[in-house]
Design a protein around this ligand. Structure first.
Ligand SMILES: [Zn+2]
Length: 338
């Protein structure tokens, strides 16, 4: 039977760009409408890489959204020591984010080789912090950067066997297959856009800068592999939206930054994918359970209610253009409670 209405445990988003200042206030409500808790990405300017910055950023988010729990991450800097990692954990961080130098927005100061951060990775393993990785080899061609990063993830998993690792926002069938074969300490986040769109939605017709992100959206076979992983019931594949809004003017500037504002349609897109694949009953585990369990966090107690009713994705939200702007969608979030 096709459900016309469903109530899910309130979701977690294990990969969210919350932004700062006015942009934060403009965009965060699109997430808190359905999301109780999110792992906040640290690639702000300046980066979230010190305990005082962690505290200040968390405070800014809490003030803007009192009914939302930010889970803090720190940006791994090449010079960071084990003592700094310990202080970041004390400040409340649950994860550190590894950006290969030059891989994406504000990653120029990232890590050029994991050999630079051996002590830091040992400290993270020791302190039980999760390592989140933007897994792309920046010097390689854009469409194969993720595939060429797979051996790096495998190497980290072997060298740090107790370190929990999240290979973020998988975009290729090769990475999906690799993670499935890796030890239980390695998991992956999957985004709405990588499970629903293909490169044709970005550059197949006129170029759509609002569907441009890193890692770039790829072939139908890659999309299908990501969607299949999402509905597989494997607890090491869980939801992380990677909603990464940039103002419309910046997206249209001729120098569009990577990042898709998927928060306004994220649950709708995920529900449509799960329904199409006959797996709506598995959606709650994907968005509300598997990630929390991997991060060893309690499950959320609230709920989110969704209804199957035709609606149109907004063309714009406070100066930001979302994923699938103006498109017809089938599932809609009605309310979040508790
Ligand atoms: Zn991201």
């Amino acid at each position: 039977m096709i459900a016309a209405h469903m109530v899910l445990r309130a979701p977690d988003d294990f990969h969210l760009h919350v932004r700062q200042g006015a942009d934060l206030k403009a965009c965060l409500p699109s997430s808190t409408a359905w999301c109780a808790r999110a792992l906040v990405m640290p690639n702000t300017l300046p980066p979230v890489s010190t305990p005082s910055r962690v505290r200040a950023y968390r405070e800014e988010i809490r003030k803007a959204a009192p009914d939302f729990q930010p889970l803090m991450s720190f940006k791994i800097m090449p010079s960071m020591t084990g003592d700094e990692v310990s202080a970041l954990k004390d400040a409340g961080c649950v994860a550190g984010k590894l950006y290969p130098a030059g891989a994406t927005t504000n990653a120029q100061d990232g890590v050029s080789s994991i050999d630079q951060i051996q002590d830091l990775l040992s400290a993270m393993e020791e302190w039980g912090l999760v390592l989140c990785v933007h897994g792309e080899q920046p010097e390689d061609p854009i469409l194969t950067r993720e595939i060429s990063y797979i051996p790096v993830i495998e190497k980290i998993a072997v060298h740090y066997p107790r370190l929990r690792i999240v290979f973020e926002h998988l975009s290729t069938k090769e990475a999906v297959q690799a993670v499935a074969a890796m030890p239980s300490t390695v998991a992956a986040t999957l985004t709405p856009h990588h499970m629903a769109l293909t490169i044709d939605d970005v550059i197949g017709g006129n170029m759509n800068p609002y569907h441009f992100c890193k890692p770039v959206i790829k072939q139908p076979s890659d999309r299908d592999a990501v969607a299949a992983a999402a509905v597989s019931g494997n607890p090491r594949f869980f939801f992380g939206s990677d909603s990464a809004p940039h103002p419309k003017a910046s997206k249209l500037s001729g120098n569009a930054l990577p990042g898709i504002f998927c928060a306004p349609v994220a649950m709708s897109v995920v529900a449509e994918v799960f329904e199409r694949l006959g797996a709506l009953d598995k959606m709650e585990d994907f968005v509300s359970r598997f990630g929390a369990e991997f991060y060893t966090l309690p499950l959320n107690s609230g709920t989110v209610e969704m209804e199957k009713t035709p609606w149109q994705a907004p063309d714009e939200v406070n100066g930001f253009v979302p994923m699938l702007a103006g498109a017809g969608l089938r599932w809609r979030v009605i309310r979040r409670a508790g």
